[in-house]
Design a binder for this molecule. Structure first.
Ligand SMILES: N[C@@H](CCC(=O)N[C@@H](CS)C(=O)NCC(=O)O)C(=O)O
Length: 281
């Protein structure tokens, strides 16, 4: 069987919206992801923006709801849209079936705790296995940027801050900014990494940003009518950390916007243009 199985392939704004399946060695399960290839990809290798989604999502939420492809086609950017956790009947889930842990909630960490450590290696999947796969199989250059929403905003920020040099820019919508200090983050980090909180710090964007000046520009978008803002997201911690390390972070508060993909759809164009400025010559 081919390394990448094509599940669907549809023309969109002159490019192709493609859904793939593949066997992930890192996650030890079969995975699906989506890619948007802009029209320019028929002529040359194009740079790629990785998009990490939030709790309960698959690759389909962003593909269908964000409306990113029109501007990606104009700019010549590929969109790489992975799933949010390992998948399959043999992959362990939240014992109570909750939506904030387990399937659909991998939190982009490498788990060390049983029974999750065998499959829940989303950090390595996103920043190593998936880029190596798509760059070998598709017309992509090695210029990468990364963005995401909520849990995926957390993942994008952590990966970009830790993997200096692998990404040229990072942005986030409504990110879980200080996971060691919020209920979603504390539950996930304890479940995947165990109770030693010193192990959690490597996955907290605010702690990482306070310690070291970011090597790349950061754009954060946040709605002030987001019901998760005060308890779960806390973007002010990111801003304080950025000031402490002298990093380049722009936090844009948007009046009246909530946590949904309507918010993302309203500002995704600005993020694509921000990334294109850093990705394209
Ligand atoms: N209902 C969930 C939150 C679900 C939620 O808001 N998910 C966001 C990401 S954190 C999302 O993108 N949902 C899918 C969608 O709107 O298409 C909870 O309270 O735990």
């Amino acid at each position: 069987m081919a390394v990448l199985e094509i599940l669907s392939d549809q023309r969109l704004f002159g490019g192709r919206q493609i859904r793939f399946a593949h066997d992930s060695a890192v996650l030890q399960c079969r995975m699906q992801f989506s890619v948007y290839l802009p029209p320019q990809a028929t002529q040359q290798d194009v740079p790629a923006l990785y998009w990490l989604s939030g709790l309960t999502c698959t690759d389909e939420n962003f593909s269908v709801k964000a409306g990113a492809q029109r501007v990606a086609a104009e700019l010549g950017l590929a969109l790489i849209i992975p799933d949010t956790s390992p998948r399959g009947e043999n992959v362990p889930d939240d014992p109570d079936g909750a939506s904030d842990f387990g399937l659909g909630a991998g939190f982009y960490v490498n788990a060390t705790e049983a029974p999750f450590q065998q499959n829940y290696q989303m950090y390595d999947y996103i920043c190593k296995e998936l880029p190596a796969l798509v760059e070998a199989e598709l017309p992509l250059s090695t210029s990468r940027a990364i963005s995401g929403h909520s849990m995926g905003g957390h993942g994008a920020l952590v990966i970009a801050l830790r993997e200096a040099g692998r990404y040229r820019s990072v942005s986030a919508f409504s990110p879980i900014s200080n996971p060691v200090n919020c209920p979603w983050g504390r539950k996930a980090l304890a479940g995947y990494l165990g109770n030693d909180e010193s192990q959690w710090q490597q996955y907290d964007a605010s702690l990482l940003l306070a310690q070291k000046k970011a090597a790349l520009p950061i754009l954060v978008e946040q709605g002030d009518a987001d019901p998760f803002l005060a308890e779960q997201l806390k973007p002010e911690t990111l801003q304080a950390a950025s000031a402490a390390s002298g990093s380049e972070l722009e936090l844009r508060m948007q009046t009246g916007y909530d946590h949904s993909y309507y918010f993302i759809a309203s500002f995704i164009e600005d993020h694509l243009r921000f990334h294109a400025r850093h990705l394209l010559p």
